[in-house]
Ligand binder design. Structure first.
Ligand SMILES: Cc1cc2nc3c(=O)[nH]c(=O)nc-3n(C[C@H](O)[C@H](O)[C@H](O)COP(=O)(O)OP(=O)(O)OC[C@H]3O[C@@H](n4cnc5c(N)ncnc54)[C@H](O)[C@@H]3O)c2cc1C
Length: 458
């Protein structure tokens, strides 16, 4: 019997298996898929490293994590700088001076900042005004209304700038006057749309956020919590790097991409693919399996599958978003001239197209026109789909906390990784968590399902 049964040969399970094996523990890793690597799996196709589950760019500012990865595989340099396509026009992401130049014609940071701030303030004023008029009947008038009623110039300013896109009046003066207004000052966005409008204004919102968000979440942005996009990165520079981290890159083609990294992590570890923990468990006596969650294979279990599934969804399922990937092999040298293009209009049914060869810094052409692209279609999770993004809404978080209470009563099982912790985690965070969890388990600490009363919702 092994020391640990690790469920999931994704990044989390593989790092834990590697660390525990290095320290002399025996591990067996199982995965219900037919291949290891989980969602970071890559496959070589005619010299192109294909990311099977969407583009994965490794980025971190954590020295320990970067060293851990680069000790295992050489990294090829890569700088992520996606572009957005809205109805055939292209814009830089995240929002930067190239974006503002294309949208507004502004070349200087202060010009762009003034334009964004003006639009954002106009939206705040409009929303406050609408809220007040909804409450009409109430005799109380906001100082905003007081000012606009007394000063038609103010409304005129908003109309002029909305229609022409130019600042005709001194927006600073108006802002100063309105910022004194209690309702403007204490303004709390009621939903994602309001949050975006009062941060980046209507032009950026409607061109680059609205359609994309609606497709990503499958609903009107007004139905979504403002918290989802609390921080919208805006850069008043021409810098186009998407990430601000100190290190960025991808495991080199020579090293086998992410699959090479996983292979290195799992060297010397017994791995059984096409093996579903829940199916194995079903074959056992339902009244006694919990005394032996290692199912006769190991003394203890590390579980990186979905926590609700583990507990048979007894408190109800947790919400997830899924994705459908449509992969195409094309007889052309270059399909879109870029690694990642986000489609931000609502007419295109996909959210992004990846052209894999542009992610492969050390790509070697095969000698014939050839490229591989993947279109990503977001969808609501349904039974049989892959769970990609946890939707941490209030109902799900309440259920998740209850599952964690159950987990606390299972000392032989530790939950971790993206699905085990029901949290979107970038790869560097997964590695960090796996290293810490492995350290705790190794040092004889009891498995503690520490994520209790987790109230971080979307
Ligand atoms: C579309 C997309 C793009 C992303 N892009 C980036 C990026 O650019 N940069 C970045 O840092 N991060 C990115 N991520 C996040 C990254 O994918 C995760 O950090 C990482 O894959 C999490 O690893 P994991 O092992 O926790 O989960 P997973 O990769 O999901 O692995 C879990 C494994 O457990 C197996 N499993 C589940 N249940 C069972 C069961 N009952 N029995 C047996 N096996 C089971 C699954 O088959 C799976 O292989 C992206 C995520 C998505 C969805």
């Amino acid at each position: 019997m092994k020391d640990f049964l690790i469920v999931g040969a994704g990044l989390y399970g593989s790092v834990i298996a590697h660390e525990l094996t290095r320290k002399g523990y025996s591990c067996i890793v199982i995965d219900k898929r037919g291949a290891s690597g989980g969602n970071i799996r890559t496959e070589m196709r005619e010299g192109i490293m294909v990311h099977e589950y969407g583009a994965h760019i490794f980025h971190t500012s954590d020295e320990q994590v970067w060293k851990f990865v680069t000790d295992l595989v050489p990294m090829s340099p890569f700088v992520h700088s996606p572009v957005a396509c809205f109805k055939g026009s292209f814009y830089s992401l995240p929002f930067n001076m190239h974006t503002f130049k294309a949208l507004f014609g502004t070349s200087e940071p202060e010009e762009a900042r003034a334009r964004i701030e003006k639009e954002a303030l106009e939206e705040k004023m409009r929303i406050v005004k609408e809220r007040r008029s909804k409450e009409s009947g109430s005799s109380a008038r906001t100082s905003y209304n007081d000012v606009t009623d007394q000063d038609p110039e103010v409304d005129q300013t908003c109309k002029v700038s909305r229609n022409t896109g130019t600042t005709e009046k001194n927006i600073e003066d108006i802002r100063d006057r309105f910022e004194e207004d209690r309702e403007i000052k204490e303004f709390a966005p009621a939903n994602l749309e309001e949050q975006a409008l009062v941060t980046v204004g209507r032009t950026v919102y409607e061109t680059l956020i609205k359609g994309y968000t609606a497709k990503q979440w499958g609903c009107d942005p007004r139905m979504l919590s403002a918290d989802i996009i609390k921080r919208i990165p805006i850069r008043y520079t021409y810098k186009e790097d998407y990430f601000n981290d100190r290190y960025e890159g991808l495991p080199s083609t020579e090293a086998g991409g992410y699959t090479g990294l996983i292979d290195r992590l799992l060297e010397g570890v017994e791995v059984r693919l096409d093996t579903d923990y829940l199916a194995l468990r079903e074959q056992r006596d339902p009244d006694t399996w919990y005394k032996d969650p290692g199912l006769g294979l190991a003394k203890r279990v590390i579980y990186s599958g979905a926590v609700d599934e583990f507990f048979c969804s007894c408190y109800g399922p947790l919400a997830y978003r899924s994705l459908r990937f449509e992969q195409e092999e094309l007889e052309t040298d270059d399909f879109q001239g870029h690694a990642v293009v986000n489609y931000t209009d609502s007419e295109s049914p996909f959210t992004r197209i990846i052209e894999h060869k542009h992610l492969t810094a050390d790509y070697r052409p095969s000698g014939r026109p050839f490229t591989v692209i993947t279109k990503e279609y977001p969808k609501l999770f349904a039974e049989g789909d892959e769970r990609f993004y946890p939707v941490r809404d209030n109902v799900s978080m309440e259920r998740y906390n209850k599952y964690m209470e159950l987990a606390a009563g299972c000392p032989l099982v530790a939950f971790g990784g993206r699905l085990g912790s029901y949290r979107y985690l970038d790869m560097d965070k997964v590695i960090k968590a796996a290293l810490e969890d492995a350290g705790r388990l190794r040092d004889g600490g009891e498995e503690r399902n520490t994520v209790k009363n987790d109230s971080d919702t979307v």
